[in-house]
Design a protein around this ligand. Structure first.
Ligand SMILES: Cc1cc2nc3c(=O)[nH]c(=O)nc-3n(C[C@H](O)[C@H](O)[C@H](O)COP(=O)(O)OP(=O)(O)OC[C@H]3O[C@@H](n4cnc5c(N)ncnc54)[C@H](O)[C@@H]3O)c2cc1C
Length: 382
């Protein structure tokens, strides 16, 4: 059964899709269960992904990457998340946020920080969320104050992918205090993780996405030179909002990959399991559940790929990206929930892929903006 068909994938993204499928089958699927159990950072798979040219390659050719476009990244996401969400996130996070440096950074910054990421010599991450604030981007409390020709950063960040492993992070901090312009108070900074005052510790064990690592950052008088500001001071909120419009289409791809995995598992299990003297798949109720899962999946996938095209063409991006994220990630939760029920008692055995998927689907409905926030955006940009 092939669920991630290529008919909805534009011709230009199909080569990368095939590369990603091949890589996922060879490197991600066989490693998924072990990394899920150990919760360790999947360095080996990450390095294999780098060798295969599938990590941090959204960075342009000018700065050493392959310049993969949004549709190619989405095609890759579907394949990787079908194989394992935690490993997939680790592969994807190697350049998380770097798109903003590419878009708004100056030449020196790109040579110094972007090129090593594209060449897989360095890892990066995006530090936005805080212990007390996640959804309200204009409510973050970490500050950056100017002192001579330096910025001094103080505060805390939470949930930061690669916060421990990264060489530098793109950090979002408050640089203004204008109560009449909540959105103009933030800027983005390149913060090397070996700067004095930058401390990172892994957050406690998670129930899902086990092979990805997030950190709690403590920033105590972290001094960085003034040329580490990305773009114009005070425009951080807007750069981030635009970046998330792209990111959320890809998070839709996380949901689609997970939904595909749930459907595959549910279909396989019900075709072979016997009850009341017949195959479980022969009960009409079971067939209807499978039919609903498939229908929701196909609907989500059509919307998601349509949204990708809209975002690529800059056509009301926020509206479409938010819809793609809501529909695809909630299709994944629905498919996982039903897939569990169809597995009966075996659903809860941690060795079964459906139980991994069930735990993983809880996360894309939250990250890159909880789905409630997406609904605000959909209605607000109608
Ligand atoms: C595995 C994982 C990886 C992550 N990686 C990163 C990363 O690399 N970098 C980073 O910066 N962050 C990262 N995050 C953080 C993520 O983006 C936030 O968790 C998310 O934005 C939600 O913020 P919060 O957890 O603080 O929830 P809150 O903002 O505290 O919200 C809690 C809940 O309240 C409800 N709610 C909040 N506001 C509204 C509203 N306006 N209307 C209706 N309901 C509302 C929603 O149900 C929401 O889920 C990651 C999170 C996870 C779980």
């Amino acid at each position: 059964m092939e669920l991630l068909t290529e008919d909805v994938v534009p011709a230009g993204a199909r080569d990368v899709k095939h590369e990603a499928r091949e890589f996922a089958e060879e490197h991600i699927e066989p490693a998924a269960a072990d990394y899920y159990e150990s919760g360790e950072y999947p360095w080996e798979v990450l390095e294999a992904g780098m060798e295969a040219g599938l990590v941090a390659q959204d960075i342009s050719e000018e700065y050493g990457g392959r310049g993969l476009d949004l549709e190619e990244i989405l095609a890759m996401a579907e394949e990787f998340y079908r194989a394992d969400a935690g490993i997939a996130l680790t592969l994807q996070l190697a350049s998380f946020g770097a798109e903003m440096l590419q878009e708004y950074g100056d030449d020196w910054q790109k040579e110094e920080f972007l090129r090593p990421v594209a060449q897989n010599e360095q890892l990066t991450g995006l530090a936005v969320s805080e212990p007390d604030t996640g959804s309200d981007l204009a409510g973050m409390e970490t500050t950056a104050e100017k002192d001579g020709d330096e910025w001094v950063i103080n505060g805390e960040k939470y949930w930061i992918g690669n916060g421990v492993e990264a060489d530098w992070v793109t950090l979002y901090a408050r640089t203004g205090h204008d109560e009449n312009d909540r959105y103009g108070n933030f800027s983005l900074f390149i913060v090397p993780t070996d700067t004095d005052g930058y401390e990172a510790e892994h957050i406690p064990e998670k129930m899902g996405f086990r092979a990805s690592k997030q950190a709690h950052l403590h920033l105590n008088d972290v001094r960085i030179p003034e040329d580490h500001v990305i773009g114009t001071e005070g425009t951080g909120f807007y750069m981030l909002a635009d970046f998330f419009n792209h990111g959320r289409v890809v998070v839709g791809g996380h949901g689609l990959g997970l939904a595909a995995a749930a459907i595959e598992e549910a279909y396989d299990f019900t075709h072979g399991r016997q009850a009341f003297g017949r195959d479980v798949s022969e009960f009409q109720k079971v067939q209807h559940i499978l039919a609903d899962m498939r229908t929701e999946f196909e609907a989500a996938r059509s919307l998601n790929w349509r949204a990708a095209q809209k975002v690529a063409n800059n056509d009301n991006s926020g509206f479409w990206a938010a819809q793609a994220k809501v529909k695809s990630t909630e299709t994944a939760t629905m498919c996982a929930e039903r897939g569990m029920q169809l597995h009966g008692g075996r659903s809860v055995l941690t060795e079964n892929r459906i139980s991994r998927v069930y735990r993983d689907v809880r996360i894309p409905v939250i990250y890159e903006g909880a789905n409630e926030i997406q609904r605000n955006l959909i209605y607000g940009q109608w």
